[in-house]
Design a protein around this ligand. Sequence first.
Ligand code: ADP
Ligand code: MG
Length: 357
Amino acid sequence: MSEVVLTGVVKRYGSVTALAGVDLTVPAGLLTAVLGPSGCGKTTLLRCLAGFERLDAGEIRIDGAPVAGNGRHLPTHRRRIAVVPQEGALFPHLNVAANVGYGLDRAARRGDRVEEVLTLVGLAGYGGRMPHQLSGGQQQRVAVARALAPRPSVVLLDEPFSALDAGLRAGLRHDVREALRADGATGVLVTHDQGEALSVADRVVVLRAGRVVQCAAPTTVYRGPADEWVAVFVGDAELLPAVAERGAARTALGTVPIAGAAPDGPVTVLVRPEQVRLSPGPGAVTATVLRHDFHGHDALVGLRLADGTRITARILDDATAVPVGAAVSVSVDGAGRAFPAAGAATPTERAGQSVAA
Ligand code: ADP
Ligand code: MG
């Protein structure tokens, strides 16, 4: 169990700056998710931690001891770090036990550790199987067991579930988190999947263009995103132009209390679709139902307000109570989050496209 601290970490590939000064503390014994869109530097960050890349600037310390930076570059095998790659990369000609025991010395291989880590990942008794006799999910479990076997201080996982079916992924990531926790390992999980990051991690680090834009608990990232870009990246978001006055914002959906501090004046208010409440018939704010998207566990209801504003409500109830074409009254449950309106990112900038001024 180790704390990892990165200070001002810069990594360039030729003219591409993959990491543009990363400051980050990975707390000991917890699972930290590094979340960001493709190309933002997630894999580069893991490769720097693992010692596969040399830093161009900055420093990495593990439990206070410098491992990289200022001319120092401790090789991978001396960092007590294990890596679980995207696709397990098991040795196909070795059985499960031999794969798991690969990084152990001979005495440890004969001891209980192999079976112990197989039990942690839910594969007790599978030691004699060959990799081709396992499902994709089971192979990833073996890869995690192999990483844990030598008791590394830190386990790095680079999108380890992305090749698996959605149904399998949810169970596997939960089990992997429990295995890391039971073994006391510090975990860093790289993912571009916000649902994955929010559901399994103790802390979420949001990376954009080689920089950390937020590092916080999953609920904080979702409810109190650092900026509009994070708000949109981590979940469905309504961003409403508004005017703030004494802790409340006047929006097209009525007056919404603002969570946290906000100066008076023009703002953009974040409201999540599950905060939008609907009831049949017109009210103080009336909208027309445009469409229903049924998702089983909930439904998204597309709405148009009288001024033309389009918003989405997420409802758990039977959507037939608000049929398409009906007038419904709309209100907001709970508080919104306010961002300064001036200089705010436009939707096209948020999508990472260039904008013609
Ligand atoms: P992510 O894992 O978040 O998708 P990466 O860390 O793989 O992102 O890449 C970050 C940036 O660095 C991207 O612009 C990518 O094209 C670039 N990059 C990554 N590896 C190399 C490399 N070996 N040579 C040149 N550019 C690279
Ligand atoms: Mg990657």
